[in-house]
Design a binder for this molecule. Structure first.
Ligand SMILES: [Zn+2]
Length: 424
């Protein structure tokens, strides 16, 4: 059996994107009037934007509705408890109510036609009959049960292992010939390290072949380490408690294929205007969910989505880069800069040990200085300065001035961006 080929639903995953998008818009147009009838918050958003909730709806209305930031959900729910007025069915019809940190309550309907987790598991090589060790939390938060339900539908025996108990987890993985792990990548590494510590060779003594990981950043170095240690593949899933899974990697590991169950806009965090494929912007998600229609939720991640074809044959656009959180953004001369890009710039130069961006104000102009600490043996000079400034223009799309400073001024674990502007 080759677990790295095939699709869970070939037509849905490989059909033309234009047709899939049209079906998505059609579903949105059907859903929104119904959501407006059931959910007062949806109705209010439409009327506030000057729209008639009873009239036929076009997808263009989305851009006229406000973006709710993930951080605001708690307040929205508090002002109209418990679901902020977004629940479109009577609460007695719910299957579960998850509780995310905050607390934020995330309701789950009973009759959900949602194959996102099955699609993710299949793309990660999980096949019927595989014994799966599910190490996501089972209580309060959604992903433990979310994948458990899906594995049941697929015909995979599940070990509902949850988090913790590393000794036992390592034992389970060996004794039960576990084929797939589900959970956080750091916990998978902890279990594999324990297997080694117990005197076993994961490549020989484990049957594990794949993992679906999520809920934390996975550095490529850690992925390579795990894949090598246990001769397995590690596939990432991306999602949030409020809207569920947003996308999944395929065996080619070229970004997250986005799901049709969500309308995903990538917008300028400042103006709300769509930025298009290939440009960084904030991910704004509208969930085509009849129970809990979350409309334009800004999940706070600064991302890049691309639509070039993936060699796996799936046709959806892909989330190819997660650049960081938008609440860490600083705006300089109208352009957003992100701490991750400071690190990226430093990484481009062997001569640079570390650096930070200092933003200040001179008259009515922003100044943008990159303070660079050089690596031992590297010599400061105009040629190096010119090269870094040229690279900075590419990275930040801004003119920056480079200043070489000695190490004492820039702490290694200090902030990547220092904003000295005063606005009073
Ligand atoms: Zn792919």
């Amino acid at each position: 059996m080759d677990r790295w080929i095939g699709y869970y639903d070939e037509r849905a995953e490989t059909g033309s994107w234009a047709e899939r998008r049209a079906a998505q818009i059609e579903k949105f147009q059907r859903l929104l009037p119904r959501a407006a009838r059931g959910a007062p918050a949806v109705r209010r958003r439409l009327t506030d934007a000057g729209l008639d909730p009873e009239a036929p709806i076009s997808v263009d209305v989305l851009s006229r509705l406000p973006v709710t930031r993930k951080g605001e959900l708690m307040e929205v729910q508090k002002s109209d408890p418990p679901f902020g007025g977004f629940l479109a069915v009577p609460s007695g019809e719910l299957k579960r109510i998850y509780v995310s940190p905050g607390p934020v309550y995330d309701p789950l309907g009973r009759n959900l036609d949602d194959r996102r987790s099955e699609t993710t598991l299949f793309a990660a090589g999980v096949r019927p009959g595989d014994v799966v060790q599910n190490c996501f939390l089972y209580h309060l938060t959604p992903f433990g049960l979310y994948f458990d339900d899906a594995l049941g539908n697929m015909g995979c025996p599940v070990v509902p292992a949850g988090v913790g108990n590393t000794d036992l987890q390592a034992r389970i993985m060996r004794d039960l010939s576990v084929k797939a792990f589900i959970g956080t990548p750091s916990f998978l590494k902890t279990i594999l390290d324990k297997v080694v510590e117990d005197g076993f060779d994961p490549r020989v003594d484990l049957q594990i072949e794949t993992a679906v990981v999520g809920a934390e950043m996975l550095p490529e170095s850690l992925r390579a380490e795990i894949e090598d240690l246990a001769a397995m593949k590690v596939i990432q899933a991306f999602g949030t408690g409020d809207v569920g899974l947003v996308g999944h990697e395929c065996p080619r590991q070229k970004g997250y294929h986005l799901f049709d169950e969500l309308i995903i806009e990538i917008v300028d965090p400042d103006t709300g205007a769509e930025v298009g494929y290939g440009a960084p912007g904030e991910m704004v998600v509208t969930s085509l969910n009849e129970t809990y229609p979350v409309i334009r939720l800004g999940i706070g991640d600064l991302v890049v989505v691309e639509d070039d074809p993936c060699p796996c044959g799936r046709t959806s656009p892909r989330l190819t880069r997660i650049l960081g959180r938008i609440d860490m953004l600083t705006k300089v001369r109208g352009q957003f800069i992100h701490p991750a890009n400071v690190a990226r710039l430093v990484g481009l130069f062997d001569e640079a040990a570390r650096g930070r961006a200092v933003v200040d104000r001179q008259g009515h102009q922003d100044t943008f200085v990159l303070e660079m600490v050089l690596a031992p043996g590297a010599a400061p000079g105009d040629e190096l300065k010119d090269r870094i400034e040229a690279a900075a223009r590419d990275v930040f799309r801004l003119r920056a001035e480079v200043a070489f400073v000695d190490g004492a001024g820039v702490e290694a674990d200090g902030p990547a961006i220092v904003d000295r502007r005063k606005w009073d």
